[in-house]
Design a protein around this ligand. Sequence first.
Ligand SMILES: [Mg+2]
Length: 207
Amino acid sequence: MARSAVFLDRDGVLNVEAGYIHRVEDLHLIPGVAQAVRQLNDRQMFCCLVSNQSGPARGYYPASHVDALHLRLAQLLQAEAGAHLDALYYCPYLSPEEGGTNPEFTRWSTWRKPNTGMLVAAAWEHDLDITSSFMVGDKATDIDMAHNAGCTGILVQTGFGDRVLTGDYQHHTKPDYIAPDLAAAVDIILKNPRSHAQSGNEKERKL
Ligand SMILES: [Mg+2]
């Protein structure tokens, strides 16, 4: 049976929202995030990063810099709580209308949120059941992607989340849950009957 996953946005959910991060050392975890991811790891929930990263398309930095940021992210999660992400997906593409300039990455993409390409690719490659999965994000487009794909959308109030809720950023959205931060979102997920249905124990019994 396909397993459920927790899809995680990056900026404003895992790390402090800081616009385009040009220096690797400027990526910092939001307090409590590493411990929250560790809780998901311990329950054998599949943790999957899904992130729009248009810096390469805008010509701000090469795609290798995004990889370097993700290496630091992984190192910080590990160092702070022994936590890890099971998979990472990001979309470096951006249409010319949205500001793409580097021809290598300038195109419309099914992977760019709120399109569902990253979730579909992850589900395909890791045998995930999207309808019993959760998406945690701080933007309306994160929630839109969750709903476009048929998974539960949780809006956190870190990053842009508070401004989305007051109507000062992007557009109105109706998340399934609102949580102050990722730690609170993980509490919601772990109490949700859907997340228990295919927890680690079940998987082990099956084996
Ligand atoms: Mg974000």
